[in-house]
Design a protein around this ligand. Sequence first.
Ligand code: OAA
Ligand code: MG
Length: 657
Amino acid sequence: MAFNSTTYSTASSDISTPRSSSPSYSVNSARSSSSSVSKRMSISSRRSLSQFNPMSSVDIRAIEAQMKMASLDGLRGYSQNHYGEVQQYRNTDYVPKSSACGYQVLREPLWNKGLSFTPEERVSKNLTGLIPHAMESVETQVARCMKMINTRTTNIDKYLYLSSLKDQNIDLFYRVLIDNVRELMPLVYTPTIGDVCLQYSTLYTRPEALYISIKQRKSIKTILRNWPYPSPEICVVTDGSRILGLGDLGVNGVGISIGKLALYTGAAGIHPEKTLPIVLDCGTANEDNLKDPFYLGLRARRPAPAVMEEFMDEFMEAVHEVFPNMLVQFEDFETEKAFNFLERYRNQYKCFNDDIQGTGAVVLGGYIGAVNLSGVPIEEQRLVFMGAGSAGVGVAKQMVEYYTRRGLSEQAAKDKFWLVDTKGLVTLDRGDKLAEHKKYFARTDNNGHQFRSLEEVIEYVRPSALVGLTATFGVFTESVVRALKASVDAGGVGRRPILFPLSNPLTKAECTFEQAIQWTEGTVIFASGSPFSPISIKTTEGAVTYYPNQGNNVYVFPGLGLGAILAKASKVTDEMVYISASSLSESLNAEEIHKGLIYPRIERVRDASVIVAREVMKAARREGVSELPESQWVEWEEWGDVALTKWIKDRIYDPLK
Ligand SMILES: O=C([O-])CC(=O)C(=O)O
Ligand SMILES: [Mg+2]
């Protein structure tokens, strides 16, 4: 493979006044020609600075003053709390005054441009000799990274390579991720991130998040102010108590906050400087962690719920005070806490819960498409949910909303759902103390009969769709899936069963794609939480390829967050969440619809996020929670979606382009 490359010579001794004399260099590629490179740079610098304005109202004069201070103070300013503000100049004409500063440019992941620095920048930033001579196109650098990833044999090693790239050159990391999302998303996110969380204490080399321990609860504001970047706008916070389907991982759960935020940037273009991963370290019930000599968290049991609630109140207040614009995404809190905190804070702060609302919306988004493909009319849809935790109940509630918007009464909509947990069908008269969040869906029409197994429930309900959110591998057995197919077949020829084994990571999926295809003779409409590969089956008429769908909340939370931020929403309303689902279902292109997919291909996740963000923004405005000026909305109303879409696209991060 031949890559574009540029050679040049610029010894600083050749050039006494860098800005007035041009270095000599020869260029092999039109794309990398000096004038086009520097032109591109200056355009991207301007764009990059202006990107901040709508999202954080940066005061340019304050920045200029800060720049002066930074260049006067040299590296001293860098180590202070507010050095992050200096970083906002990385794409402006900020010129470090000493070669030590030049070295610092290479050491700061948000400034480092790897081998993309132009000859002029190498001189003006005192980089000459500090990096290899070659000036490479972005494509070449991305190809090198992919080669390095592909030479590693384990997914954890691939993850570690990517993580260290992120630590050195953020722009390149995101370019590599965005351009290779199908291959790399499973590494920076589920399923690999699950293994990373399991081993986080051992893999740890450097901090990447805020670690707020319950022992430091009086210092939360100070800790938040220690974050180096000045005005983050989105944080993903977990207490590690239910990481994916892996249970309580304590402080090691921080990997999920880091992974989700990588996707806020990769899948929706929120600038990396605006993202803040947080773990609340409140101890753990995980014995393995408590015994592990490398464990990095508090070696204590989790506090009583009331104490946790006080701590959470303090955290939310502190975030609001230190970063008033912050959108808080709750992630992987165990079920009771997840529901409690969402209810407690949703009207007071800008926040949402990804497992209840994000998963709810993404599954609804896919279900809308699946119903159309299934041939089972809406009136005949009957859904069994295996798993009645935060995700199960969150998904079912979004679907109730879908049905009420189609004219059903709330009761009739609710009656379409049968939730099953480890004790069997959730009924009001089951005789155990039902958790609060399960009561809404508890059946009362069971005539005193209790159904203890999933098979019994399927036999009784004869559903059209089966959704799994149990965090238990293999719960959808052959007999369960065949019974689902039989009940759908009984309704008429050509009908297709909907089967969503959604638990993460892959080791927790309720069944595999291959099993689902085999047990339904290929008729299944399938979506899983973590990605399965397509399957080719040889038939007498040649090979048939079946494509799975990934019903993961990555199709929702980045766009929902981007929309809430750009709309300057004061809170995230139910309508905004619902719209994220319905707009997702409308984001497929003709090719995807033709292929029978129910989600856009993952390569198009950024396109889908823009659509979701746009519709979420409009919903925020309808709901009266957008704090954007009215004149702006009036203008968009005149120009329609095209103008708003362009406005969003102009604000999203697309590195090294
Ligand atoms: O992280 C994911 O892949 C989806 C999710 O929120 C979960 O499983 O808790
Ligand atoms: Mg989650």
